[in-house]
Write a protein that binds this ligand. Sequence first.
Ligand code: FES
Length: 228
Amino acid sequence: MDKNKKIKIEKNGPYRVSGNIPLEKEFVVPDENNNPLSWQKGEKYKTEEEYCLCRCGKSQNKPFCDFTHQKIEFDGTETASKEDYKQQAENISGPGMDLMDASNLCARARFCHRHGGTWDLTAKSDDSKSKKIAIEEACNCPSGRLTAINKKTGEPIEPEFSPSISITEDIPAKASGPLWAKGKIQIEGADGSSYENRNRQTICRCGKSSNKPFCDGSHIENKFDDKV
Ligand code: FES
């Protein structure tokens, strides 16, 4: 973990990103049934060593902050647990793999819906095809709610990410999605204490999550659109 790479949450304000963290668009690609299937990268943003990303959802210069949070008196109070993932997650055992599930981290990205769902696939993971799809689905979960676990070693199966932030767009849900912080970027709360460094984390940029700073899927019912 590179301690210089950090997302600092400003009290009732933006995310202050430091350490030259790359920023790019990333789109949810649906399958023929409009279920999320994979991710596709989009444009890269030109950024400085430090930049501020909108957290209230109302900037006229998204994804960057333009101080609209002050005008609208944004309440960005953090409500998420600072417990480690292992403490928050339920352990689900399958014949060929295990699954960890921390449901309160769900960003409703829905990669877990295909082929009967990741939980059913885990239950059938003595079948190699079911196991392969369950691992793919868990690895595509942007919030890291779901983690596939190697049955033999007990180790998590994680996609390899270097530190970066994606501005997600959920095409099948017709909504702009959260910021996807990848590669164990440190997230520091407004009170100076940090959340656990996880490989995959989704943080709210619509301003409506009830689990701030993390996304709870509220951008979908609020039809968050980041076009200004
Ligand atoms: S971006 Fe998902 S709840 Fe705000």
